[in-house]
Design a protein around this ligand. Structure first.
Ligand code: 5RP
Length: 234
């Protein structure tokens, strides 16, 4: 029991350290008239909480989920609609898996579509994660797919033809009013970009949690020996 508790708190410390590295990066690089994109999840929450001390420095933020938007507002940080900003300069978010090319699996928290939209609209995508998220090949973590509700069974059958097993995330409705299928049995994903495209081409799919066509530009990876700054290896 006590071992478990100390393991949990160690992982929390690693998340905090990755978030702090991103805060330092943002304070140094974010231009005064630019917006900051904010992700979703426990590591992104660490970032939001640390950001609160610097809110006077921000023009405003764009959030990838209602939960993050609420957390930002609770800290008194302004949140804007992406449509009203003309884009964001830096987007900071966590990941479920990252490979050395900084291709990611995201969407464990169900916010993948808004995350992908902000990543697409961002000049720079900064990922923050603890060392458990770095893998040689993506796919051990199930790839989430956001689906229009009436297409759920059809999409699951199409995913089966691609070699995956789609598991319905019961009871979850996304911020966009859709459902999520988690695709298992894909490991190792040999060509993440090709799979990302194939999944997006299934009618009824809104988007999927592979971030390979638009990978991260920078990863602050928190390890027990400190925070490493990784750029994509090509
Ligand atoms: C949410 C996400 C998160 O970034 C991802 O699930 C990682 O979360 P955490 O920082 O809690 O491990 O994509 O949709």
């Amino acid at each position: 029991m006590s071992l478990k508790r100390s393991q949990v708190s160690k992982q929390d410390q690693l998340k905090q350290a990755a978030a702090q590295a991103a805060i330092d990066y943002v304070l140094k690089n974010l231009e005064d008239d630019s917006y900051l994109g904010i992700g979703t999840g426990s590591t992104a929450n660490c970032f939001i909480d640390l950001l609160a001390q610097h809110k006077g420095r921000l023009k405003g933020t764009v959030a990838s989920s209602e939960a993050s938007a609420q957390r930002l507002r609770d800290h008194g940080i302004s949140v804007f609609e992406l449509n009203n900003t003309g884009g964001v300069q830096i987007y900071v978010d966590g990941a479920d898996e990252a490979n050395p090319a900084l291709e990611l699996i995201k969407g464990g928290g169900g916010a993948l579509t808004r995350e992908k939209i902000i990543a697409a609209a961002a000049e720079e995508f900064v990922c923050i994660a603890d060392q458990s998220k770095l893998v040689d090949h993506l796919g051990d973590f199930a790839v989430p797919v956001e689906v229009i509700p009436m297409a759920r069974s059809y999409v699951a059958r199409e995913i089966f033809k691609l070699g995956g097993e789609a598991v319905y995330r019961q009871g979850v409705v996304t911020d966009n009013g859709n459902v999520i299928l988690d695709i298992q049995r894909l490991h190792p994903i040999a060509t993440p970009k090709a799979l990302e495209e194939k999944l997006n081409n299934i009618t009824g799919v809104v988007t999927n949690g592979l971030f390979a066509l638009r990978p991260a530009d920078l990863l602050f990876l928190s390890t027990i020996d400190g925070v490493q700054t990784l750029k994509p290896s090509h």
